[in-house]
Ligand binder design. Structure first.
Ligand SMILES: C[S@@+](CC[C@H](N)C(=O)[O-])C[C@H]1O[C@@H](n2cnc3c(N)ncnc32)[C@H](O)[C@@H]1O
Length: 195
């Protein structure tokens, strides 16, 4: 998939044009608290990057499409706030430090299914012990993609319980403007030993 071409052609149907309602939910339920270091892989135009930067968070936003990163850079400038921007394939990204939170908003569903295991390893590596994965899990109910449907059982197998602690509560529904697709909001904790 040539994501940069999609941005240049303005063929970005996934883009809400606004902050996802999931962000408000995760603030309200206490999953996002002050002074956390947050990574947003596949950030797109980065509405959540700007919203978090405005609240003073240390945010790193990553996307492989230069046009997406340019849009985030402009939005940060317009809002007079800052974040760390990385224009890279996420599979090449090796941060110097780990994160308290990874905000995963429809990046996994953009990847070819055969790359999912590698992506899970990246997420696990990027997070601190007991770090939080805020996961907006795309539901299309259709074959093919992107976006590729994130079947709950497939996700449970991918994010296995020996590495990830899943929330006990049911997920919440994250609506989309066109109403056909939606996401399920899950919180997972990264189970690995500290230093
Ligand atoms: C479906 S869009 C979601 C964008 C944004 N998170 C949102 O919710 O609007 C997927 C994004 O992931 C980016 N992406 C896809 N594959 C990537 C990769 N291997 N490394 C980094 N970014 C990638 C695309 O450029 C695109 O911006």
């Amino acid at each position: 998939m040539d994501w940069e071409a999609l941005y240049q052609q303005k063929d970005t149907g996934w883009d809400r044009g606004a902050v996802s309602p999931a962000l408000k939910h995760w603030f309200e339920d206490g999953n996002i608290t002050p002074n956390q270091r947050i990574l947003i892989p596949g950030c797109g135009r980065g509405y959540e990057v700007v919203a978090l930067a405005k609240r003073g968070f240390d945010v790193t936003a990553l996307d492989l499409a230069p046009s997406a990163i340019a849009a985030v850079r402009q939005a940060l400038h317009d809002a007079n706030v800052s974040a760390t921007l990385v224009c890279s394939d996420l599979f090449d990204y090796q941060p110097k430090h780990s994160f308290d939170i990874v905000y995963e908003q429809t990046c996994l569903c953009a990847l070819p299914v055969e790359q999912r295991e590698h992506y899970e390893q990246c997420l696990y590596t990027w997070l601190k012990p007991n770090g939080t994965l805020l996961f907006s899990m795309m539901q299309t109910g259709a074959a093919g993609g992107p976006p590729f449907h994130c079947d709950w059982l497939d996700m449970h197998e991918l994010f296995a319980e020996k590495r990830w602690q899943w929330q006990q509560e049911p997920p919440f529904i994250i609506s989309r403007p066109n109403g056909l697709r939606f996401e399920l909001g899950f919180t997972l904790r990264c189970q690995k030993g500290g230093l």
